[in-house]
Design a protein around this ligand. Structure first.
Ligand code: ADE
Length: 331
């Protein structure tokens, strides 16, 4: 099964795109969690407004998939009463791609570059002067006839999002005025997010059912909202008006998700580490071969969560199962 197909994967799917859009908070007031980031951004925006500046400093968000980087960027544009342009980092391959995006911006726009670490590094040189003084230096022609041209870009805010901060060069990172790490949500926050989503989707859910879905959501709002939809489908197929805890429990077990949000892939990784590698250490390639899971799926879905809940540890020699992980599996 690939990375995107698992119900507990935080990686964006086409189905999530619509859901994320429908459920997207429209103001910081509606946004649950990340209170420190919200506070800091509000101060930055407030100060810029008082100085009558059209935009704020460039902002960099880093953190796992599905934690709200796009939403926070959208809320910045809303608060600044501007528009957000979204571009995927991997689609910026040549300096010409970047020039086309930048020359189409309007004063005050928010330019959101997702997966900014995957933007071609040749474009970094082009973006530096733009970030500093909104000047685009482009070279026209080749050889002795080549000329450089300065194009003025209207003031805008670049919001970069990355899941891999270390892959961004230090000069690039230093050009952002503020960098925020988006952490996982607390279970109570996920519960509130699901309750809000249920209301927006017109789904009636008992409190204990909300709790059950939240406890399986791996502290991730995107996973939580997806599970809510799956549980709703299950309950509707049984002609139920209100989702009860029993329905939620049954639906989640049909999806092969246990009460702490582990799926069969997570358990397989743990089992392989214990049984085939005597608890580890083992490298990710060996674990992938022994478990039949793809390396990418292990690295992006299973390992981060298993580490977060303290079931495995990463050492220089490889991954190791902890006592807590062993106890949970009962081996
Ligand atoms: N939906 C997804 N993430 C959310 C959040 N942090 N607050 C409110 N609704 C959300």
């Amino acid at each position: 099964m690939n990375t995107k197909k698992r119900a507990v994967s935080p990686v964006l799917t086409q189905e999530d795109e619509g859901l994320d859009f429908t459920l997207r908070p429209q103001s910081f007031k509606d946004y649950i969690g990340q209170s420190n980031i919200k506070k800091n951004i509000s101060i930055i925006i407030d100060a810029a407004k008082k100085r009558k500046e059209p935009c704020i400093e460039h902002i960099l968000f880093y953190g796992g998939s599905g934690l709200g980087k796009t939403t926070l960027s959208f809320l910045i544009s809303k608060e600044m009463r501007s528009s957000m342009r979204t571009v995927a980092g991997p689609s910026i391959k040549r300096s010409g791609d970047l020039a086309a995006i930048l020359t189409n911006l309007k004063k005050g726009d928010v330019l959101f570059i997702d997966e900014i670490h995957r933007m071609n590094s040749v474009c970094e040189e082009v973006i530096y002067p733009v970030m500093e003084d909104f000047k685009l230096n482009i070279v026209i022609g080749k050889g002795p006839m080549a000329r450089t041209m300065d194009i003025k870009i209207p003031p805008f805010t670049l919001v970069g999002a990355t899941t891999k901060l270390a892959l961004l060069s230090s000069p690039f990172r230093s050009r952002f005025g503020a960098t925020f790490r988006i952490d996982n949500y607390k279970t109570e926050e996920v519960e509130q997010i699901i309750a809000r989503s249920a209301e927006l989707l017109n789904i009636k859910v008992e409190k204990d059912a909300l709790k059950r879905i939240a406890s399986c959501s791996r502290f991730n709002p995107r996973v939580a909202n997806r599970l809510l939809k799956r549980v709703r489908d299950f309950s509707q197929s049984k002609n139920k008006e209100v989702i009860t805890e029993k329905d939620a429990k049954q639906a989640l077990s049909f999806l092969d998700i246990d009460e702490i949000g582990l799926d069969s892939g997570d358990k397989k990784v743990l089992e392989v580490l214990i049984k085939s590698f005597n608890g580890g250490p083992a490298g990710i390639t060996s674990i992938a071969m022994a478990s039949g899971e793809e390396e990418e799926t292990i690295a992006e879905i299973h390992e981060p969560y298993l580490m977060q809940i303290g079931f495995i540890k990463r050492t220089k020699q490889g991954r190791v199962v902890t006592e807590k992980g062993r106890k949970y599996l009962g081996v």
